[in-house]
Design a binder for this molecule. Structure first.
Ligand SMILES: [Zn+2]
Ligand SMILES: [Zn+2]
Length: 189
């Protein structure tokens, strides 16, 4: 399976993935308002969001993503106190990905952090579809949409198998005690 090189725009944060392909993870386009807010917070919405306001995300086990340099640039925000952990590189505001808590072996990696624009479809498969289309900036055709239930069931199945394999550690984002490596900033207290 291909290793995908990871890098922020300025190159300070670098990493790589292992064991990823279309079957091992889940590529989706999320149109939800929170993903859009995150891109706007970073002032990267033109680079992150497509014409529908969607973020191209690859959901994979957190243990299969390694940060090889620039760990001190990892920064974390939550839109609400209990919201998703949204990670980015503070050197250049490149979005990295979304995680749940430290016990959940999951990260939704945002396309900007993956250095494989030309080979993305080949390495991760085509998107499984657009979700949360009620928040899209323009109508998404039925053919491009996918059902949130279908995607959620697929993710749930993956999560159970990743959990059984203990793929929440090692993690670049949570230490062995389960603490996030960066103090979260809460956008809307
Ligand atoms: Zn950077
Ligand atoms: Zn979203």
């Amino acid at each position: 399976m291909p290793e995908i090189n990871l890098s922020c725009a300025c190159g300070l944060v670098q990493g790589k993935t292992k064991n990823v392909n279309a079957q091992s993870g889940n590529r989706i386009h999320c149109c939800c308002a929170d993903c859009q807010k995150f891109a706007v917070f970073l002032k990267q919405d033109k680079k992150v969001l497509d014409q529908y306001g969607a973020t191209d995300i690859f959901q994979m086990p957190i243990a299969h993503l390694t940060i090889t340099q620039g760990n001190d640039q990892l920064a974390l925000i939550r839109l609400t106190p209990k919201g998703l952990n949204r990670w980015y590189a503070k050197c250049c505001n490149t979005p990295i990905g979304n995680t749940l808590g430290s016990k959940t072996p999951f990260i939704g990696v945002i396309h900007n952090f993956m250095q494989h624009v030309q080979s993305r479809d080949q390495e991760l498969g085509k998107t499984r579809g657009y979700i949360h289309c009620q928040s899209a900036k323009q109508p998404v055709s039925d053919a491009q949409q996918t059902s949130l239930i279908k995607i959620s069931m697929r993710v749930l199945g993956k999560l159970i198998s990743w959990k059984l394999k203990g793929l929440n550690q090692p993690s670049a984002f949570f230490n062995a005690n389960g603490c996030a490596v960066s103090k979260p900033e809460i956008l809307n207290k």
